[in-house]
Design a protein around this ligand. Structure first.
Ligand SMILES: Cc1cc2nc3c(=O)[nH]c(=O)nc-3n(C[C@H](O)[C@H](O)[C@H](O)COP(=O)(O)OP(=O)(O)OC[C@H]3O[C@@H](n4cnc5c(N)ncnc54)[C@H](O)[C@@H]3O)c2cc1C
Length: 349
């Protein structure tokens, strides 16, 4: 990865929010020699601090390669290890992800020759569950994703915080609107929905809950994922998630969320487990499932980097770099992520 972007111009930037989006964007701006200040409010909850942090190139019920997987995954596999070195912290955990076939029809599909060849760059398929006999209830086999794993975002954000504090560019304060004549980029996660400059954008936030659990004597070296995921964290300690809820949008864990996770776990996994703790957050998702990047339609010095949805870990590095190349060198943004795709909504609001 070419990390350093040679800028045409040095400007002052304000980044609002030190979640995943704001941290990575600020990092690339600092790397390109820009003057950066980051404003982050400890009173506004952050979904990055709740996220499981999984990256997985093949997703969805139909198990298809995710959007831009061929570009985004090589990029992140370069980016996070390099960042670990620079921030002197360990948060990148590459590991296979096993997706047991939920039903015979899925197994049949993968036995047929309907599957595109390049799918196997990312996966291997097995039609029996010998290695998982003691772990999962399904005996149909499944798919092992190769370029998968998880990022411990709490550890990464903590290390980023130290990096920004050391450079005296992090200010713990809430920002209500545009701050100065400097360029301000709002990276507010779910809170961006209430930003008067960008509330016209079609956000589609989704509440999610996860639990940390204890499973005795389970030596798991991979993520298991089918309906819910189980990530190995530490000896006997695992993370189980996640729920999806669109009607109640808050950061409060619920009994309902916990029961959904228990039920799904029992359907998928054989070993007994015990719940240790529970957390909830709101994913900053969008109606068209693509991120929001770009500048305000009228106020030319304010912009947004948001809408990372449930794929922040895979999308943030690639698009933060693309946004910085746009800001400092005027390179084009991909039209699928540029908020000017919603210009008509702004004019009509
Ligand atoms: C249960 C759950 C599980 C998830 N699992 C995964 C997963 O496995 N993989 C994955 O890739 N993603 C996952 N996600 C999604 C992931 O959390 C998001 O994609 C990503 O973290 C969004 O980052 P962000 O920086 O946009 O927002 P946030 O992390 O919410 O950060 C926003 C920051 O801005 C600050 N802020 C907001 N407004 C202001 C203001 N006006 N002034 C000052 N500061 C402000 C907040 O305090 C916060 O620090 C999950 C989310 C949830 C809830």
């Amino acid at each position: 990865m070419k990390e350093v972007i040679e800028p045409k111009l040095i400007r002052n930037y304000n980044i609002v929010g030190q979640g995943l989006a704001g941290s990575v964007l600020a990092y690339f701006l600092v790397k390109s020699g820009q003057n950066v200040k980051i404003f982050d409010s400890p009173d506004i909850p952050s979904s990055s601090k709740v996220a499981a942090g999984i990256y997985n190139p093949v997703t969805g019920k139909r198990l298809v390669k995710t959007w831009l997987a061929d570009k985004i995954f090589p990029f992140l596999e370069d980016f996070y290890p390099q960042l670990e070195k620079e921030l002197n912290a360990k948060f990148f955990h590459p590991m296979p992800l096993f997706h047991p076939f939920p039903e015979v029809a899925t197994q049949k599909f993968f036995k047929s020759d309907h599957v595109h060849e390049d799918f196997f760059d990312f996966c291997s398929v097995t039609f029996e569950t010998i290695n998982h006999q003691e772990i999962v209830k399904s005996s149909l086999g499944g798919i092992t994703m190769k370029h998968a794993g998880w990022v411990d975002l709490k550890v990464m954000l903590h290390a980023f915080r130290a990096y920004f504090l050391e450079r005296t560019i992090l200010i713990e304060s809430k920002v209500f609107s545009q701050i100065t004549e400097d360029t301000t980029i709002f990276c507010e996660g779910f809170n961006g929905k209430f930003n008067p400059h960008f509330s016209y954008l079609p956000f589609n936030p989704v509440k999610g809950e996860i639990v940390d659990i204890e499973i005795q004597n389970l030596d798991l070296q991979e993520i298991i994922n089918q309906g819910v995921f189980v990530i190995p964290l530490d000896k006997n300690k695992f993370r189980l998630g996640a729920t999806y809820k669109w009607d109640v949008l808050d950061f409060i864990p619920t009994e309902e969320g916990k029961n959904i996770l228990i039920e799904k776990y029992q359907k998928l996994m054989k070993p007994q487990m015990r719940i240790l703790s529970q957390q909830a957050g709101v994913r900053p998702a969008t109606k068209d499932r693509r991120p929001f990047l770009g500048m305000h339609p009228e106020i030319e010095n304010i912009g947004i980097f948001n809408g990372l949805g449930s794929k922040g870990v895979s999308l943030a590095p690639f698009f933060a770099k693309q946004f910085v190349e746009f800001l400092v060198n005027g390179k084009e943004l991909y039209p699928e992520v540029n908020i000017n795709r919603f210009a008509s909504l702004y004019l009509g609001h």
